[in-house]
Design a protein around this ligand. Structure first.
Ligand code: ATP
Ligand code: MG
Length: 349
């Protein structure tokens, strides 16, 4: 059906992210409940229209592992994206409420994400680009689906230009400026699975006390020069303390003098939540230079699961498998054949 903003009645807010907010709404003519994502886009009308056109691909994305799409429209200065409402919310909210998630459910999450990624890539040549627990949703029927994938190149650009993201699920090769591939999503999946199984974000130990910038500058010199989404996004990441209002979060990071100064200022900024004490740059440096996190402690998790997660987190993208290859891993096959009752689990909270 044709979606019009006038037909949507706001119910309540579901959450806020870097790019905007999400509300539960009712489509009054049909009584359908939807999630309406409102993205503030600072772009020319022609670019907005282009984004809207690109988003239409989502109409063709049909899979039980992908959130369904009802439509998108402009509501100046915002773009509204209406999608299937998932009544149990995202997995970050779930584990923060109930604690570490049992491993057979984590296995079902891995299976759903791999199936969703394989569908997006095989059928539509879409790379997700933002796999993390807040983009994996669950409902009381026990369905697990992914949302917020990168269908619109223009939308990705506009958000990258406008907002400061904490891309802490970013793979080492992406941090260093390499192209996005479907294997970057696999890294992000590995980090997300550890987070769900442990009940906290896996990079949490290092402290940000040290104010010596030399290590930071060494690190910066290892990065490739400003390619979109590499140096640019790191400068953007580092340059705005999270306390600034959104309007100040714009990054024109390529102004070298200013950027350098702002980077210094950012050194002390700590990530909030999950007990994190690393600054964003320290974290990115850690991801590039240190061994990947694992499902630990030794012995707590079955070997198949540990092996699977290790394979998602090969630092060399050439060694890392694709989602399709990972679907054949033993842990995933075992999960597929086990009858894990996600519906019963989802109705315990
Ligand atoms: P970021 O902006 O960094 O990607 P995010 O994914 O948390 O972070 P949003 O995509 O704006 O930000 O989503 C905000 C919150 O809204 C999510 O954390 C999720 O809990 C909730 N949400 C999003 N889509 C839906 C949906 N379809 N059904 C139910 N809840 C949703
Ligand atoms: Mg999201």
């Amino acid at each position: 059906f044709d979606l019009r903003n006038e037909d949507l009645r706001d119910l309540h807010e579901l959450g806020q992210g870097n790019g905007g907010s999400v509300k539960r709404v009712e489509h009054v003519p049909t009584g359908t409940h939807m999630a309406k994502k409102i993205v503030l886009i600072d772009a020319k009308p022609s670019v907005r229209k282009q984004i809207l056109r690109e988003l239409q691909i989502m109409h063709d994305c049909r899979s039980r592992y992908i959130i369904s799409f009802y439509g998108a429209f402009l509501a100046d200065p915002n773009i509204c994206i209406c999608m299937e409402f998932m009544d149990k919310g995202s997995l970050d909210g779930i584990y923060k409420k109930i604690g570490a998630i049992e491993l057979d459910i984590v296995g079902m999450v891995a299976l759903a994400v791999l199936e969703g990624l394989t569908y997006l890539y095989d059928v539509h040549r879409i790379i997700h680009r933002d796999i993390k627990p807040s983009n994996i949703l669950c409902n009381s029927r026990g369905e697990i689906k992914i949302c917020d994938f990168g269908v619109s190149g223009e939308l990705i650009n506009s958000i990258a230009d406008t907002f400061v993201g904490t891309s802490t699920y970013m793979s080492p090769e992406r941090i260093q400026g390499a192209q996005y591939t479907v294997k970057s999503d696999v890294w992000s999946l590995g980090i997300s699975l550890i987070e769900l199984a442990l009940g906290h974000f896996p990079f949490a130990e290092s402290s940000s006390d040290d104010s010596d910038l030399s290590d930071l500058e060494d690190f910066e010199s290892t990065l490739s020069p400003a390619r979109p989404g590499s140096m640019g996004s790191i400068a953007a990441l580092s340059f705005t303390p999270s306390s600034l209002p959104p309007s100040k979060k714009k990054s024109k990071a390529n102004n070298s003098e200013k950027t350098k100064k702002d980077k210094r200022k950012s050194k002390g900024v700590s990530l909030q939540g999950g007990g994190m004490t690393m600054s964003i740059l320290e974290l990115l440096q850690h991801i590039v230079n240190e061994p990947a996190p694992r499902l630990t402690p030794e012995g707590r998790f079955p070997a198949h699961a540990v092996h699977f997660v290790d394979s998602c987190l090969f630092k060399d993208p050439d060694a890392r498998m694709t989602p399709k290859e990972l679907l054949k891993y033993e842990w995933i096959e075992l999960t597929r054949n086990a009858t894990v009752d996600v519906e019963a689990w989802a109705n315990t909270f």
